[in-house]
Design a protein around this ligand. Sequence first.
Ligand code: ZN
Length: 491
Amino acid sequence: MEEARYDLVLRGGRVATAAGCCEADIAISGEVIVALGRDLPAGRSELDVRGRIVTPGGVDPHCHIEQLAASGLRNADTFETATRAALAGGTTTVIPFAAQHVGMSLAEVVADYHARARRGAMADYAFHLILADPRPEVLREELPALAREGHGSLKLFMTYDRLRVDDEQLLDVLWTARGLGLMVCVHAENHGMIRFMGRRLVEAGYTAPRYHVPSHPRLGEAEAIGRLAALSALVDQPVMVFHVSTREGVAAVQRARGEGVKMFAETCTQYLLLTSEALDRPGIEGAMWICSPPLREPADREALWWGLEIGALQCVSSDHAPYRMDASGKLARGPEPSFREIANGMPGIELRLPLLFDAMVSRGRLGLERFVELTATAPARIYDLFPKKGTIAPGADADLVVWDAQRSVRIEQGPRYDNAGYTPYAGFEIRGFPELVLRRGEVVAENGVVLAQPGSGRFLPRGGGQAARPRGLPAPEFDPARNFGARLEPR
Ligand SMILES: [Zn+2]
């Protein structure tokens, strides 16, 4: 008998990519897809996936894992628990953060997160480097070395007392990123507005979780996005606006893009599926839904869906930021904290894909190809993981999700694979769930049972993706005449 040509063949599935769907066999050798077509020769193993939809493994480009907050609080997940949850829900690649705080060496921070991920990660991973303290030696010495090691993106905050950078610092980072070909992701909200509203609300006795919503004024998102657009335009450096939450925010992004600013933007599962009503529960329960920016109104949800429809927003992340409803997390400042004392964030790394599959595929909003694009292909392209990640094609890593599109699941309240201990989506009835998840050719989850070993995830070195200048060009010099159109000759 002829020797099998492939290690594994997934036979007869409906293969979905951002570019279209077709019925095809997928052949895998080692860790990569080597052929796609009908009636492919036999593999050493075969999986019959007729009647199933096969998508690329999800790429979650914004999730907080084992991250230390400026307050000293570490979030509830380790790399092991968070990436186990990711695999259970079909996400095979994650981009969490290596978070610098003021005074820290960025290189040491990155080494620490590397060590944690090497120990626990089950999904493949890269890091966005959070710069809370972009002092000259960090920008001049540490960052170029880290870029050479394959770190392709940075994250900055325009708000939060101990994380934010001012406009001048932001420009210094954008300029440095331009020279190194890095993408810069930004939490864009107006710091002064948040401080002003938060202080006044608490002084007036409005301390319940629900007042977190007005404490982050919608105007503050649009203002910060508009300001970021101007800063980005001044130095001609691409930026990614994280977690757009409001109608005005979508409009600000769309305006900037229309004016030629190199601005990308994402939203997150929770802003597409939940509203601020979730925070109206009695007592402290609403704390489960405190995240930043806050959940907004039904009209915002519609505007975000429309923003995805027209391409103003290019991807959907989870912004997974798990804190337990106890003294280790949301209630670290006491059993009855004001909304300002409650850790911001909610879990979502596991259910991002199933929830969006239900909304986009089962319920038909945007459809299967856009689902793949928004949750895998576009993030892979934007963050320079494509075509290794984010698509189904010969040469790509064999990261695949086999969906049972008919399976109905009711999401119950209680712990899931992550360590938050609750889900913000209890009561949702969704149709479609991952049946099999493959990471680099290996079955890592089967019907919700995760089979991967901690530490089997792999670091993904990368450049700056769509942000990158053509490789090999020298970093730009600061030259007012050439770069900024100033009518003067450098002397
Ligand atoms: Zn975040």
